[in-house]
Design a protein around this ligand. Structure first.
Ligand code: GLY
Length: 420
């Protein structure tokens, strides 16, 4: 099987690492890829904002399977364009990808499917903003209705800060979504979905704030671990049965069946799990630790979803134990990441590259999130130790990472509120 991976982040390097382990995969191509994928695949140029460019490359390479990593090409229709060439593609249609591309669409689908989520209002003018802000808070959640690479969200107790963010979005012509704050520990549950067939991968938890102790601004994600010792299989089953499957069935009913990876971001509160967001793709950096433990051949698994033969009765196989991923971010990430700095020690086992380019034989930072150090072990203490040991070998001037990824879970300090 000849596979083409679309994207250039840590998620896509993790895809290539997993594909390399699959005996059915004969060739891996990546576009645009990064310095990590270049070591496992042939990198090609592509315009991620142009579905025709993605489809053209897939046809030129005679790919048997295209895996689209990021949300932007999916929302723009890359999967549709690839399938129109008769090539199997892992990833939802543009219409189904609206579950991430438009938060209002997602809210509408969830309401129709009877899924618990935050109360919300869409605001499209500053004239109606103040009255709307009065109906929320004292913790305000202000989101960009459109795609914002994880940076469109402000969660704050400060009404003035919430208002300023909303005004900035409105001035750029983006509708704003105000939401009630959902309490409880967060879970990322990735589900393979083929129409009404839904199979969850092992649950993970992401760390969205930039600095240790959950301080600082929201980011695309600063680390993750899997599985979650504090989350029972029963709750995972309930999330699938009461949230993900009803959404998949509702999309099918609307004539836009989902095919690909549906990412449910949830908060586990007293009322039970509630949806924070849906994404139309694998999450980054959760993918790095999740795929580190997946034993099922990755290319064959994704191909079965892409060609529509995937059944939820398929049993996934996992390595025992835990995996922890810690993200190394560039100086001044997320506000204004400083790029072009030399990185050393980054080509070692367990290091999954993201914003890394190669220039004259040296690795240099080329994105806000530079790499993820992944450690595995029989428990979270051991997996953390390996991840931080691997991170210790990497050097990047001004680079920063969180010291507390998976720490509370390793200490047994995460509990879910008593369910009502
Ligand atoms: N880890 C968050 C995301 O991928 O959106």
């Amino acid at each position: 099987v000849r596979v083409l991976v679309i994207g250039s982040g840590g998620r896509e390097h993790a895809f290539c690492i997993a594909l390399k382990r699959d005996p059915a995969v004969s060739e891996i191509h990546a576009a645009p890829g990064n310095a990590g994928t270049a070591r496992l695949a042939v990198n090609h140029a592509v315009d991620l904002a142009d579905p025709a460019s993605v489809a053209h490359l897939a046809a030129q390479l005679e790919a048997d399977l295209v895996i689209v990593g990021p949300e932007v090409p999916l929302v723009l229709g890359a999967a549709d364009a690839v399938r129109a060439k008769g090539i199997a593609c892992f990833g939802p249609s543009a219409q189904a990808a609206q579950i991430e591309g438009s938060k209002s669409f997602a809210k509408d689908v969830m309401a129709a499917a009877g899924v618990r989520t935050a109360r919300s209002e869409t605001v499209d003018s500053t004239a109606s903003l103040d009255a709307a802000l009065d109906r929320f808070g004292p913790i305000w959640v202000v989101k960009d209705d459109r795609l914002a690479a994880g940076k469109g969200v402000v969660v704050t107790e400060d009404r003035a800060q919430a208002r300023a963010h909303a005004v900035e979005l409105l001035e750029r012509g983006h509708p704003v979504l105000l939401e009630s704050y959902l309490d409880g520990p967060e879970v990322s549950l990735f589900c393979l979905v083929n129409g009404d067939q839904v199979t969850p991968l092992q649950p993970a938890q992401d760390f969205k704030r930039a600095y240790s102790g959950d301080m600082g601004p929201n980011t695309g994600g600063m680390g993750a671990y899997t599985p979650l010792p504090w989350l029972s299989q029963q709750i995972v089953d309930d999330i699938v049965d009461e949230i993900v499957r009803p959404v998949a069935v509702e999309l099918l009913r609307r004539g836009c069946p989902y095919s690909g990876l549906l990412y449910a971001g949830l908060a586990i509160g007293r009322e039970g799990p509630a949806v924070v967001e849906f994404n139309c793709r694998f999450g980054d950096p959760e993918t790095q630790p999740v795929l580190a433990l997946l034993r099922t051949p990755f290319g064959q698994l994704l191909r079965s979803v892409a060609d529509g033969t995937f059944q939820e009765t398929a049993e996934l196989e996992w390595e025992p134990g835990y995996a922890v991923g810690v993200v190394l971010a560039a100086e001044h990430y997320p506000a204004k990441p400083h790029l072009g700095d030399t990185i050393t020690g980054a080509l070692a086992e367990g290091l999954v590259l993201a914003g890394v380019d190669e220039q004259d034989g040296a690795l240099v930072s080329a994105g806000g999130r530079v790499l993820t150090a992944v450690g595995v072990g029989q428990d979270l203490v051991a997996a953390r130790a390996q991840a931080y040991e691997r991170m210790g070998e990497v050097h990047l001037a001004g680079g920063h990472f969180r010291e507390d990824i998976a720490l509370a879970a390793a200490q047994g300090h995460i509990t879910i509120p008593a369910q009502r």
